[in-house]
Design a protein around this ligand. Structure first.
Ligand SMILES: Nc1ncnc2c1ncn2[C@@H]1O[C@H](COP(=O)(O)OP(=O)(O)O)[C@@H](O)[C@H]1O
Ligand SMILES: [Mg+2]
Length: 312
């Protein structure tokens, strides 16, 4: 059955159906039928084709992740249901998720671009993250993708809506992506960026700066204030070093693409580097498992050249 036919048969033929911004993993539809529901279709593509068994495992894990986040105190959509639907044309299974509509994304709000709004959004996301952030380095059992687009609001607290792929430790096996990274380096990078305080902060800051690069130092300041008021001194030092004290040797010693992006945001804002160049750098450093040494070297060389240009 086509997705639209499926939605009409589920919600009635009068339901209003529109597409929301779809992410990497899912096609996202908003269905208005009195209530508003969000329907996510897991994108079935090369390299991540689902069988009924793998779709069932993924659906169960998403449900578990939703429950674990809620129990930790993270604001998540109130309900989460999933079904497997067999496509009558291709005979392949589709994994479909249902959540209530939880408002507009932080990424969308940030586009307004005024300083006060951007500061408020940043604090809003941090407040939603807070219960998990507190346990990240201690329990290491639950992870999160702290991208601004993954947090939405109806005016009140931000809800974390992105449950695909689930990120939690299942009997010591850390779920990271779908499919899982194949290399050890890919797995440890994934652990760092979703399951550690440094990683989560780096994802948050780089993704905020990507939307509003001219406000980078506002974001840094708000995050540092938030961390300081909760005594996360180590994390404040980390952000200070990775934004204010970038040196050639710091760059040379980092092969982590997410950290390199943070250096880029900070160096670009001091050098007046164009947004296009920053975007190109983000594209260059996009990875799903690992980046080749050649790409890492190229990224490091670009950063070192920016670093030496800075007039102090
Ligand atoms: N429950 C929801 N309420 C409102 N908007 C949502 C909801 N779920 C997703 N969205 C919007 O759709 C976008 C993509 O959904 P997401 O679950 O993050 O998919 P992906 O894993 O592909 O990034 C989100 O960034 C958000 O803007
Ligand atoms: Mg997302």
């Amino acid at each position: 059955m086509e997705l639209l036919d499926f939605l009409r048969s589920t919600f009635g033929k009068d339901a209003l159906i529109e597409e929301l911004e779809s992410g990497f993993y899912s096609k996202v539809m908003l269905v208005s039928h009195g209530d508003k529901a969000v329907v996510k279709l897991f994108k079935d593509r090369e390299g991540m084709r689902l069988s009924v068994d793998s779709a069932t495992i993924l659906g169960r894990r998403i449900k578990t992740y939703h429950g674990l986040l809620r129990d930790r105190g993270i604001v998540v959509p109130e309900r989460l249901d999933w079904v497997i639907e067999i496509d009558s044309v291709t005979n392949r299974p589709h994994l479909i998720l249902f959540q209530p509509y939880c408002g507009v994304s932080a990424g969308r709000i940030l586009l307004q671009g005024d300083v006060v709004t951007c500061r408020k959004v940043t604090v809003g996301i941090l407040n939603t993250l807070e219960p998990l952030f507190a346990t990240l380095n201690e329990l290491e059992d639950l992870g999160i993708d702290a991208k601004a687009d993954n947090f939405t609001t109806l005016g009140g607290p931000y809800t974390f809506v992105d449950l695909i792929p689930p990120r939690y430790s299942e009997n010591g096996n850390f779920l990271i992506e779908y499919p899982e990274p194949k290399t050890e380096v890919g797995r440890s990078l994934g652990r760092w960026r979703y399951y550690s305080r440094e990683g989560v902060l780096t994802v948050l800051l780089t993704q905020l700066a990507r939307i509003q690069s001219k406000l980078l130092w506002e974001f840094v300041e708000v995050i540092e204030e938030w961390l300081s008021s909760r005594c996360y001194q180590k994390e404040v030092d980390y952000l200070q070093q990775s934004t204010h004290e970038i040196s050639s040797s710091l760059i040379e010693n980092s092969k982590n693409p997410v950290k390199l992006r943070l250096f880029m945001c900070a160096l670009a804002s001091r050098n007046g580097t164009s947004q296009t160049e920053v975007d190109n750098f983000f594209r260059l450093t996009h990875f799903e498992d690992v980046l080749s040494d050649k790409v890492i070297n190229k990224a490091q060389q670009q950063l070192i050249s920016l670093c030496t240009k800075i007039v102090h």
